[in-house]
Design a protein around this ligand. Structure first.
Ligand SMILES: [Zn+2]
Length: 249
């Protein structure tokens, strides 16, 4: 009999059979853990509350042959507001779905865990209308690349190091190109120089200072850059991205 404990965030859940729930936990210790919570959909189940989306909890797991089983769970932070506000729910769903695809079972990813916890803490820290949701998402997506080993430096040209006149982005090489060097990568995408300035500045901020930068005029270009990068390097498409885009205000 093999029991162990993890601290983690519920990043995905779906029903199994009549009353069970399968959860994917982004754990601090072991990367993604997939586990079954027996009877967790019964209203009186002690596992019902600890298997809700975005819950941060401590879970006592029994190692199964193909799937772990949750024996006990204790809530560390419930993040209730993230399930009650539609914008926050959509944003968290999008980010958790992305993480579910890029973090593998049994591969420790502590940086991704702390980054995702940072996102949930930020989104839970104030009234939704006082938060900077677009900035938070963009910041999360840039830092997630860092955490996964794709360090993108938005401050200078990949080839010559120029810090001004950046007009294109090489998706394959993962960095900006100046107007002189952009002809070296015929597949590079063109962007306004301010897009790179904004991303460079945003990536140097912490959660508390996200609001000091205005991404508004460049938001659609930034989305295109990040979406193309994620698609090319991580091969991820996220169903909930469309949901998030359709409801955001
Ligand atoms: Zn250059």
């Amino acid at each position: 009999m093999s029991l162990y404990t993890v601290s983690g965030i519920i990043i995905r859940r779906y029903p199994l059979g009549e009353a069970d729930t399968i959860v994917h936990i982004l754990s601090k210790e072991r990367g993604k853990v997939e586990a079954v919570a027996k009877g967790a959909r019964r209203i009186r189940s002690r596992l019902l509350a600890v298997t809700q989306p975005f819950i941060l909890g401590e879970y006592l797991l029994f190692a199964g042959r193909s799937l772990e089983r949750i024996n006990q769970g204790e809530i560390e932070c419930a993040y209730r507001r993230l399930r009650e506000d539609l914008n926050l729910f959509a944003l968290c769903t999008f980010c958790c779905e992305l993480v579910d695809k890029v973090v593998q079972v049994g591969e420790p990813a502590p940086k991704v865990f702390y980054l995702t916890k940072g996102l949930l803490d930020y989104l839970h820290s104030d009234q939704p209308e006082r938060l900077h949701l677009e900035n938070a998402l963009t910041y999360y997506l840039i830092k997630l690349l860092d955490a996964l080993g794709y360090q993108v430096d938005f401050s200078s040209c990949l080839l010559c190091g120029a810090k001004t006149g950046l007009t294109a982005f090489s998706v394959v090489e993962g960095g900006p190109l100046c107007s002189s060097c952009s002809s070296n990568d015929l597949n590079s995408l063109r962007f306004q120089p301010a897009v790179f300035c904004s991303l460079d500045k945003l990536s140097s901020l912490g959660w508390a200072k996200l609001g000091i930068i205005k991404l508004g005029p460049y938001q659609s270009e930034i989305e295109k850059l990040l979406e193309t990068f994620y698609h090319y390097h991580l091969e991820v498409e996220t169903r909930s991205a469309a949901f998030w885009k359709s409801i955001r205000s």
